[in-house]
Design a protein. Sequence first.
Length: 94
Amino acid sequence: MFGSFTLSRLETELRKRGTRLYGRITELIERLEVYDRNKNFGKDDVVGEEFIMDLPGVFSYEDLHSGTDMPNILIAAIDAYLAGMAKSLDENAK
């Protein structure tokens, strides 16, 4: 739609929407298209129906990892892993 507009017409449309007037013509056209596609970035007076979502109670959730035991990891295994990336543990590592 905006591809056939002259530069002055593009600038007029951009002014109506209160957006930047700078850039290449293709950028101005794209800016107008995005602006219209996004309904003026929420500046319309029309507000849609409120979305309401029912969630289960917090006590109905279960921690999936609560019964998981961490395997024993040897410092030597960590050092070997980090050595491949030229890294090492510092004095703050626990």
